[in-house]
Write a new protein. Structure first.
Length: 345
């Protein structure tokens, strides 16, 4: 197995170099340590048949994969994230899950997501090509961002099996057995998901598959102010009536889903210390809102507090809205990252 250690890198450029390493060897993303100077991490990489196995031990940090990191040319993969030690917070497709030791989360590489870990975290990632995982877990997008808790069903045996197989792989497992072991591992994990999320697997596969495609499109274009149900129907060559029927399996209308997801992303960014230098209006425009008053009203309805109170409760100051007049005039396009946003300001 390949092994890399952050402490072997110069402290001055460690965070940048480690981010580049993670992006090139695991997945293109923005990895940000909480403390760039003292940050340490270890990355181990190997293969188990069709599964790419990654183990990362690190200090407090966050991983963000945004639309700019996603390429249509790259093969789609799903990553089974096993929290082997410590605490993590994973969010995707409008779901957010708190992970403790032994818990799983499923991640879709084709959709934006975030993953934050606390100090002394140990994470095992099983990266599986989409076409292979779908043989074991139909419509895997339905499970992304939902926690598979160690206390549920067969999860504890599945996590123990995954860790045991990793240890055996690191010690030296003959390549002759890799494919067979991979199939067995995927069967056990897929069965764990089926037991824990029985209600999600009950719908017609064609409808749930379409629903997953539409959700993925929305997540990839959530910042676009022109994103509407009619546009989505046109891009997927569906009638508006059929689109409403497809989306009904999720329990909310497509317009309600778009609004909820935009509000959730705004709330997350408003409370993020990395965005403390950016106004609430700037953030709202960046997530597709065209009217500050509409944003403020719907935000209060959703979270029972104003955007300013939400930021204040997070311990962050709010900058005067007058400083963002030029963004309103120019229909501000959201920056790629906090660092680039600072340059834009």
């Amino acid at each position: 197995m390949e092994a890399y250690r952050a402490s072997s890198l110069p402290s001055r450029t460690r965070a940048i170099a480690w981010n580049a390493l993670y992006s090139s060897r695991v997945d293109h993303a923005e990895l940000t340590p909480a403390d760039r100077q003292s940050f340490d991490a270890e990355l181990r990489l190997g293969d188990l048949g069709p599964i790419a196995v990654v183990r990362m031990m690190c200090g407090r940090s966050s991983i963000e994969r945004t639309p700019r990191h996603i390429s249509a040319r790259a093969g789609r993969t799903f990553t089974l994230i096993l929290q082997a030690r410590g605490i993590g917070m994973f969010a995707q497709y409008g779901h957010e899950c708190l992970l403790h030791k032994g818990d799983f989360a499923l991640c879709d590489s084709a959709a934006p997501h975030s993953y934050r870990v606390e100090e002394n975290s140990d994470v095992v990632m099983l990266r599986v090509p989409a076409n292979i995982l779908s043989e074991y877990l139909p419509s895997p997008e339905c499970f992304c961002g939902r926690p598979l808790l160690s206390s549920e069903g067969l999860t504890a045996p599945a996590s123990a099996l995954a860790l045991g197989i990793y240890d055996r792989l690191e010690a030296g497992l003959s390549v002759d057995f890799h494919a067979r072991v991979a199939r067995h591992l995927l069967e056990v994990i897929a069965t764990s998901y089926a037991v824990a999320f029985d209600s999600l697997t009950a719908g017609p596969s064609v409808i749930s598959g379409r629903h997953a495609q539409v959700k993925l499109y929305i997540e990839q274009h959530l910042r676009d102010p022109e994103l509407t149900p009619s546009l989505i129907a046109s891009r997927h060559k569906l009638s508006s009536r059929y689109l409403r029927m497809v989306f009904a399996v999720g329990g909310e209308t497509i317009s309600a889903y778009i609004l909820r997801r935009r509000l959730e992303e705004c709330a997350r960014q408003i409370a993020d210390p990395r965005w403390r230098g950016h106004s609430i209006s700037e953030i709202a425009y960046g997530w597709g809102f065209n009217s500050p008053s509409h944003f403020a009203r719907t935000f209060r309805e959703r979270f029972k507090s104003s955007p300013r109170d939400h930021r204040r409760l997070a311990g962050l100051p709010e900058i005067p809205e007058s400083q963002t007049a030029r963004f309103e005039a120019n229909r501000f396009v959201h920056p790629r990252s906090p660092e680039l946003a600072s340059e834009a300001c």
